[in-house]
Design a protein around this ligand. Structure first.
Ligand code: ADP
Length: 547
């Protein structure tokens, strides 16, 4: 017997329709490429999304055709989010920090038909447009009078001219909720990038889940600043969850330095922010010497790479801001776990609570996870044994776009396919996940594993350390031994021996690195993560002491 409830596909257009009806005056504030602050609201976003849809119809774009963006976080990008997907096309957000060759490769692989770009990326588009074989229309996200006369890009049109005169209402089509809605390429540190192709269903379910109190916990009372870019896994789904909850959105545009972010947090009375650790490092680095305080910020989600304990402590103890440590990946839309305490943790003392908050947190309903050993057998949730982390759920990839890289799923003894995350983790009896490493970064010493994240976290707690990256070096006896590459905080000093002594009592003796190498910078990838492959190349020729 079937249930007798109404059926309707879960579509992204329903989010913008809801937002315009139920919180039309909900604010959308954007710092623009031009440097000024622009103010919009959900009613206006809905109208202009409708104009985007009409503009795409005018180009005779078919269902599922790809529309690419090279854009910062801002109101025009938000309008494209809803106008492109809502009308049945696929929004392809390209990461502008990728190498131009990779951008051209990705645009061709995705068979993008249209490219909408912020004016700050004009030189980039000028460099690659001739190699983008499928793109027929280039749209500059600017006013008509800001369009350069001779850009060299054939048929370049301004976004405002493109929308002008189009109807502000659109009869959003209904279709299968499993249809593709947007796509995002992984950073491709190994081989060509692969694309996660999200669906309307996966996106709407993820938006619901993200808004839950123990997940992002967004509400109509929040003013939310996503520093995490809209070109990287849909800004962790915040634009969709914002439409659903009606929170105020504050977009930083290209100004991600500590001073600009701080000013925006204060002027727009931001209560909630989200971003990767490097951004918060810049913010705290700006605030500390000036003795600045937050007047409204209450919570911040930090994820994308491990959040150093010193940062959680600084936000929590010095500024009274709750840190929600989060873990996820492009292939997971991206949210997998968030670290919020349970009722039973209420009576723990501060130090015990902090120990839990360092972990990446508990699975969100909708994400199943398990850790397995080398033999594929599931490992217990004892918080000690670590293994390969596998996940499944309605917003986890089943396969990559165009079957790139073959079938990614690992089928278990019950015939169920699980996505191998490439991460190594422990899970404790309360279900708190702790990532110890990327599997390719794990350090194997004398048959035991050493967590590079733990070694880095200890170093980063030292006041003279700005950034630390731990890698394994070949060792004749132990197979590999850890060393830590360190960038010193400007104006501070620390010696190799002082730093090694700093490890005493903080980790097992045999896990203490064999050496410290001081470097000017740690190489970062397009998503702001440490590129350990590059670091290892830089350290070629390095000899471990005594090896
Ligand atoms: P890419 O895989 O292309 O580098 P993603 O943003 O999808 O880009 O990266 C996902 C990976 O980032 C995860 O598999 C994990 O290794 C790492 N990561 C994300 N969040 C955290 C976190 N809170 N702690 C540790 N590692 C994290």
């Amino acid at each position: 017997m079937l249930g007798l409830m109404q059926q309707g596909p879960l579509l992204i257009s329903s989010l913008i329709e809801f937002a315009s009806r139920h919180h039309p005056d909900g604010e959308i504030v954007s710092r623009r490429v031009e440097g000024d602050l622009h103010r919009s609201d959900w009613a206006t976003v809905a109208k202009r999304s409708a104009q985007v849809a009409h503009a795409l119809d005018g180009l005779k774009l078919s269902f599922s055709d790809r529309v690419a963006t090279l854009a910062w976080n801002g109101y025009r990008h938000l309008e494209l989010y809803f106008g492109v997907s809502g009308s049945g096309r696929v929004l392809h957000t390209i990461n502008p920090r990728l190498h131009p060759d990779q951008i051209a490769w990705i645009a061709n692989h995705a068979e993008d038909q249209v490219l909408c770009f912020d004016m700050s990326f004009l030189p980039l588009v000028q460099a690659v447009h001739a190699r983008c074989e499928t793109i027929k229309t280039f749209v500059a996200l600017c006013d008509a009078d800001k369009l350069p006369a001779d850009s060299g890009i054939p048929g370049l049109i301004s976004y405002e001219a493109w929308l002008a005169g189009k109807s502000q209402s659109y009869d959003w089509p209904s279709f299968d909720e499993n249809s593709a809605s947007s796509m995002c390429y992984t950073s491709g540190t190994t081989g060509n990038p692969k694309a996660a192709l999200y669906s309307h269903r996966s996106t709407v379910l993820h938006a619901y889940a993200a808004a839950l109190p123990d997940v992002m916990g967004l509400s109509a009372r929040d003013s939310v600043l996503p520093v995490v870019p809209m070109f990287h896994v849909n800004a962790w789904g915040i634009p969709y969850s914002a439409a659903l909850t009606g929170c105020k959105l504050v977009f930083p545009g290209p100004a991600l330095d500590g001073k600009s972010v701080y000013e925006l947090l204060e002027s727009e009375k931001v209560t909630y922010a989200a971003g990767v650790p490097t951004v918060w490092q810049m913010l705290l680095g700006h605030m500390k010497p000036l003795g600045l305080r937050f007047s409204t910020l209450k919570r911040t989600v930090i994820g994308g790479s491990a959040c150093p304990p010193a940062m959680i402590a600084a936000f929590n103890d010095d500024y009274g801001v709750d840190v929600l440590h989060a873990w996820g990946m492009t292939e997971m839309s991206p949210l997998g776990t968030l670290c919020t305490l349970k009722n039973k943790h209420g009576s723990l003392d501060h130090a015990a609570k902090m120990k839990i908050r360092l972990k990446q947190g508990r699975a969100i309903y909708g994400v199943d996870m398990k850790i397995v050993g080398d033999d594929g057998q599931e490992l217990p949730w004892d918080g000690k044994q670590f293994g390969d982390l596998l996940v499944k759920g309605p917003w986890v990839v089943r396969e990559y776009f165009k079957g790139e890289g073959g079938d990614p799923l690992k089928v278990d003894a019950n015939g169920v396919g699980w996505f191998p995350t490439g991460d190594v983790a422990t899970i404790d009896p309360d279900g708190f996940l702790q990532i110890t490493d990327r599997s390719k970064d794990v350090i194997k010493s004398g048959g035991e594993w050493i967590s590079s994240i733990e070694i880095e976290n200890i170093a980063m707690a030292h006041p003279a350390v700005q950034m630390a990256a731990c890698v394994g070096m070949p060792h004749p006896k132990w197979d590999e031994r850890p060393i830590v590459a360190v960038v010193k905080r400007p104006g501070t000093e620390v010696s190799r021996d002082e730093l090694l002594a700093f490890y005493a009592g903080k980790t097992a003796k045999w896990q203490i690195p064999d050496d410290v190498v001081f470097v000017d910078a740690i190489p970062l990838g397009a998503t702001g993560k440490m590129l350990k492959t590059k670091l290892r190349e830089q350290l070629k020729g390095y000899q471990l002491p005594g090896s």
